[in-house]
Design a protein around this ligand. Structure first.
Ligand code: HPA
Ligand code: ZN
Length: 326
């Protein structure tokens, strides 16, 4: 049984990381940018480990030289998501990769993204919202620039602020200023933590950045008191099991803590992270959860509902999406 046709809600997808390799290769050729080293012989992305993945990711982003490239990228990513039943997607986008942190340039990139989102809504029945994301390893000063871009473009489309990147650089508190700025502007907050870092990193993130959702958060399982705190506070985990297994953050699907976290009362959701990089799709994620943990339609529907409840969009959008899930 494949869950391909089942409608799905996805909260954790990096727009740039959703770029099909053939799309990036095509742009590189058009623009005479030599990034041949980031592809393998079959044309997929080539990297050794997470650190190298981040470098390859940044190299791929150098082909996104303007708003038109961004528009095409958004359409390519949404086509793929819609083909796997995704009806609502919250997508991380970074002004550090596109627009060079300049608010004026950022507005143009976003306008292009919104144009693609509107087209996808009409033609594919998928709704897209954006979460402006700073890149941890670029440091707290750069994060402030991203927060400024986020605050100034908050609206119907940009609904949140988050942080991705290499987790072991600095401490969450170093970024409190930019998260506070985003929160004060009315943005909702999510932050990657506990993908590579231990439970201390998750605990510090909760204490210093007060996110409503945590990207990954899986290493919280190593401290059950922390798991209970996450459950009690109703913090939602954006779990990306296929990404974790592919990158060796966990040894196997069987060893993935998502079921234990859910059993202990944590609100878990499921996403793909960077599908072509990790050779996954939302169909694969649902199929593997069914196969590994015996989660059938009832549990998978619960994951969708948890995700929709935790979505950062307005109530009217949620009601419209709920109809598509029914
Ligand atoms: N973790 C951290 N940074 C990222 C990821 C991720 O899974 N994907 C893209 N940037
Ligand atoms: Zn991620």
């Amino acid at each position: 049984m494949s869950y391909r046709a089942m409608p799905k809600v996805e909260l954790h997808l990096h727009l740039e990381g959703g770029a099909p390799p053939a799309f990036i290769r095509g742009l590189a050729k058009e623009k005479n940018i030599d990034i041949s080293g980031i592809f393998d012989e079959q044309g997929g992305y080539l990297y050794r480990d997470f650190e190298h993945f981040l470098q390859v990711y940044e190299a791929a982003c150098t082909t996104l030289t303007g708003p038109e490239e961004f528009r095409r990228l958004t359409l390519a990513v949404l086509e793929e998501s819609a083909a796997h039943g995704v009806v609502y997607s919250e997508t991380f986008v970074s002004p550090d990769f596109c627009g060079g942190g300049d608010v004026g340039a950022w507005r143009e990139y976003l306008a292009a993204m919104v144009e693609a989102a509107d087209e996808a809504e009409r033609t594919m029945g998928i709704t897209l919202k954006g979460i402006v994301t700073c890149i941890r390893h670029m440091g707290p000063e750069q994060a402030k620039t991203a927060a400024k871009c986020a605050a100034e473009t908050k609206g119907d489309f940009i609904v949140g602020y988050g942080m991705a990147g290499a987790e072991m650089v600095g401490r969450p508190g170093d970024f409190a200023y930019s998260f506070d700025m985003a929160r004060e502007a009315g943005l909702r907050i999510t932050c990657h933590a506990g993908e590579w870092g231990g439970p201390d990193m998750v605990a510090d993130t909760i204490r210093d950045l007060a996110p409503e959702r945590i990207g990954h958060g899986i290493n919280a399982i190593k401290d059950l008191a922390l798991v209970d705190q996450i459950a009690e506070q109703g913090i939602v985990l954006e779990v990306c099991p296929g990404s974790n297994v592919f990158l060796n953050a966990v040894p196997s699907w069987e060893a993935h803590p998502i079921a234990k976290l859910r059993d202990r009362g944590v609100k878990v959701t499921v996403s793909t992270d960077d599908p072509p990089f990790f050779h996954t799709t939302m169909t694969d994620e649902f199929d593997m959860l069914a196969r590994t943990f015996g989660w059938e339609e009832e549990v998978l529907s619960e994951l969708n509902q948890t995700a929709l409840d935790a979505a950062f969009c307005d109530d009217k959008t949620k009601e419209a999406v709920a109809k598509r899930l029914a």
